[in-house]
Design a protein around this ligand. Structure first.
Ligand SMILES: Cc1cc2nc3c(=O)[nH]c(=O)nc-3n(C[C@H](O)[C@H](O)[C@H](O)COP(=O)(O)OP(=O)(O)OC[C@H]3O[C@@H](n4cnc5c(N)ncnc54)[C@H](O)[C@@H]3O)c2cc1C
Length: 372
């Protein structure tokens, strides 16, 4: 039977980033139930990197991660991991005052710019002038090259000796004293420490190991892809977000990705989009623009999993020191993966805290599983 220092459950961006940062430092196996890595939340994101609009802690995670995205280690990727897109925050007339207040607060230490209607329409000509009562521009929106990021983590981890097993669902687990004995469809393996990076399944996986769940609740989020008229080239357009994030849309490979920003608690599963959420996406888009949705090219949904305070849970379980949590990354698991993956690795192997945490004033205990 094979014995590892660390078994990571979950081959999404959380588990794979951790595997990357642990590579070569311990013997590590990643156990992923599906045939394909990144099949669930990781493969269904909007691929957005933002520095603002999340909680203070998540903004710090983004700021810490940015160094990695801007200058990944040599050989990690052939393409830039971030491509600047910029964003426009818009509102209707009844929210215009609030948008201006929001702008005034945010603009203190950020390069934001209030836009006139003409400037807004110059950037996104099909926004409806009757809808847009106020708007400002934020240059700090980027598209993440998610596939390159994931492949960088996978290649780097494998190169450093990490074993990644697909179709390796956890069927059962037992604490046998100093180790875990884990059952998969291919048989048993042992590991000193287990990391729970199972995304929407984090609580059921904890339960399977006899560890108290942390209240990680998956929430469904929907996106649709719509065609644009042939005379509109959206490639260079900024992302458009409604002030309260009722919806957002952004160019995606010649089309537009539109999300109604739904957040419906659900059971962990291969979530599919509901008709009603698809309809809301089309409705918001038609309300804010002069275009109509003639054809929805595709639609999908994925899970964004939150703890009760909407911050990740990262660290050893208080009720079992050899069970380590890395879950609850909500709607920012891709953009925060360099910071969270490196932090989890440092805690697991007793390394000094990764660069950036002190500089950005982010205490390591912020995400501790003991806080609940
Ligand atoms: C529509 C949408 C838009 C989003 N947009 C963004 C964005 O713009 N930017 C951003 O940063 N984030 C975004 N997110 C959030 C981001 O996708 C998630 O935070 C992130 O992918 C979570 O990664 P994960 O590895 O924890 O989960 P997952 O990718 O779901 O991986 C968990 C893995 O664990 C495996 N697993 C579960 N149970 C078991 C078991 N018993 N045995 C073996 N394997 C198991 C699953 O099969 C799965 O592959 C978005 C999410 C959605 C749905």
């Amino acid at each position: 039977m094979q014995v590892y220092d660390i078994a990571i459950i979950g081959g999404g961006v959380a588990g794979l980033s951790l595997a990357y940062f642990l590579g070569g430092k311990r013997s590590v196996v990643v156990l992923e139930r599906e045939e394909a890595l990144g099949y669930h939340s990781t493969g269904r994101s909007a691929a957005e990197f933002v520095l603002r609009y999340n909680s203070a802690e998540v903004c710090k995670l983004a700021a810490i991660s940015r160094n990695f995205f801007d200058a990944p280690p040599y050989g990690f990727t052939d393409v830039p991991l971030l491509k600047r897109r910029g964003g426009i925050i818009v509102s209707e007339s009844d929210k215009a005052e609030r948008l201006r207040d929001h702008f005034a607060r945010e603009a203190d230490d950020a390069p934001l710019r209030m836009l006139s209607l003409d400037e807004t329409l110059e950037m996104v000509p099909f926004l409806d002038p009757a809808y847009v009562a106020a708007a400002y521009h934020d240059p700090d929106f980027w598209d993440i090259e998610v596939e390159s990021l994931l492949q960088g983590y996978i290649k780097g981890a494998r190169y450093a000796g990490v074993e990644i097993r697909n179709r390796a669902e956890i069927l059962g687990a037992r604490d046998i004293g100093t180790k875990w004995q884990i059952e998969t469809p291919d048989g048993y393996l042992q590991a000193n420490i287990v990391v729970n990076a199972a995304g929407g399944w984090a609580d059921p996986v904890a339960h399977c190991f006899g560890v108290r769940p942390k209240g990680v609740v998956p929430h469904r989020r929907t996106a649709i892809l719509v065609d644009l008229p042939a005379d509109i080239d959206a490639a260079g357009m900024p992302e458009v977000s409604e002030l309260d994030e009722c919806f957002y849309f952004k160019p995606d490979a010649g089309r537009l990705l539109v999300s109604p920003s739904d957040e419906t608690p659900c059971d962990p599963t291969d979530v599919q989009p509901e008709e009603i959420d698809i309809a809301w996406a089309a409705h918001y888009f038609e309300q804010a623009t002069t275009l109509s949705v003639r054809r929805i090219v595709s639609s999908w949904a994925g899970m964004r999993s939150f703890t009760v305070d909407r911050l990740p849970v990262l660290g050893p379980a208080p009720d079992h020191q050899r069970f380590f949590w890395l879950a609850g990354q909500g709607g920012y698991g891709i953009l925060s993966s360099p910071a969270l993956g490196s932090l989890a690795a440092a805690l697991l192997i007793d390394d000094p805290e990764p660069e950036g945490f002190r500089q950005h004033g982010l205490a390591l205990a912020t995400f501790s599983p003991t806080r609940f």
